[in-house]
Design a protein around this ligand. Structure first.
Ligand SMILES: [Zn+2]
Length: 115
């Protein structure tokens, strides 16, 4: 039952030094660059367009292949969370319509009057 070790994702080992080999063209031309990026993911069945103005991602200088690593993934996940959260709040499809109408009016004071 005791869980002595909590895994935190911040276990950052030494990152591989750039440049990397491109998985696509096999050239050693992959370096981290900052690019505008957008992709479409799904949140609760709804398409969410995740937009990042500055995504730092390793990219092949030869063929342009993006090589997503943990860091790039993380940025996308954060943006996705933020943007899907906005979506839910904006359209109000969740946690909405829960109106507790308490009807307490209409008391007719017709209690049994004693004659
Ligand atoms: Zn390449």
């Amino acid at each position: 039952m005791p869980e002595p070790l909590t895994r935190n994702g911040a276990a950052s080992g030494p990152a591989r030094p750039f440049p990397w080999f491109c998985p696509n063209c096999r050239r050693k031309e992959v370096r981290r660059v900052t690019v505008p990026y957008q992709c479409q993911l799904h949140y609760q069945g709804q398409p969410v367009t995740v937009v990042l103005a500055n995504l730092a991602v390793p990219k092949c200088g030869n063929c342009g292949e993006l090589v997503f690593d943990y860091e790039a993934d993380d940025q996308i996940n954060r943006a996705f969370e933020a943007q899907s959260h906005n979506l839910v709040n904006g359209t109000g499809t969740r946690e909405n319509g829960h109106i507790e109408a308490r009807e307490s009016g209409g008391n007719e004071g017709e209690r049994g009057r004693s004659k």
